[in-house]
Design a protein around this ligand. Sequence first.
Ligand code: NAI
Ligand code: MG
Length: 333
Amino acid sequence: MAHKICVIEGDGIGKEVVPASINVLEATGVDFEFIYAEAGDEVFEKTGKALPEETVEKALESDAVFFGAAGETAADVIVKLRQILKTYANVRPVKAYKGINCLRDDIDYVIVRENTEGLYKGLEAEIDEGITTATRVITRKACERIFKFAFELARDRKKQGKEGKVTCAHKANVLKVTDGLFKKVFYEVAEEYDDIKVEDYYIDAMNMYIITKPQVFDVVVTSNLFGDILSDGAAGTVGGLGLAPSANIGDEHGLFEPVHGSAPDIAGKGIANPTATILSGVLMLRYLKEFEAADKIEKALEEVLAAGLTTPDLGGKLNTFQMAEEVAKRVEK
Ligand code: NAI
Ligand code: MG
């Protein structure tokens, strides 16, 4: 049976990197049924709704969602969609590919970001003129769920020859109640995984360590806002946002998207790097248990990157579709 994929291109370069990556997905010969849906600034301007009900319905009834980027409406679109689909784990691999100008060539870890609460719960208020608040929500239930996910991921990676370690990043020294709980539950869950090494760092120091010793990390788990910030920095160590993919995973749904946004500074020029979105497609294929097709794309992409057949952000001369086409050609072979 065909995999039913809800495709949301969204705004800006989403309209370029998503169709280019769909060409690559189609080159695998895997049976897909693509269902297109709208979300983002453009549909908001037309209809007053950034995330139309119809889009939510299509996302809920698909096997997976393939998302590009939203613009200024990102909070009402992608943050909402992650919550509606209950995709509690935001998985962001940080990997050095050959041919890319990375900090080191042995960087290979995964950031697991809690996706449903923290400061992104959306509980903001203006309690008086000039006085605003945001409520940071950390619950034991969401902590247990995200830590189990991180430890299971570390176990899977250990089977593939990785170290088998989970690093927890928090700020429990200042956010004593919320991150106090976060850290406490981390070590409780760790007790169920005595085959996996554990460590924890304060998020500010962690931010330095991903630059000074990125090669020592395997799985890094953190809360929502910290994970958002940490993962863009991490992307910068392995070639930039044009290369950073992500998977949003829950018990019932999966949503796959590049880490970057709509990039208005380069939108419409055809120069956006499709790699992050192609790699998000690879994560989607693995989620759909299409392992062979996933490996094929990743290998083809590795060849294309190593050969310098890239968009200008990586020093190449190709446009978005040409680069994706180089990958698709190698997948078809
Ligand atoms: P951004 O990620 O769109 O761009 C940051 C920088 O990275 C820009 O210089 C951009 O040109 C570059 N870049 C991003 N993707 C690239 C690619 N594929 N190839 C080459 N260069 C790339 O973040 P920014 O500029 O902070 O936000 C722009 C808009 O995107 C905002 O409206 C923001 O709300 C939205 N946004 C949406 C997200 C989402 O839908 N998941 C995530 C982040 C931002
Ligand atoms: Mg972000």
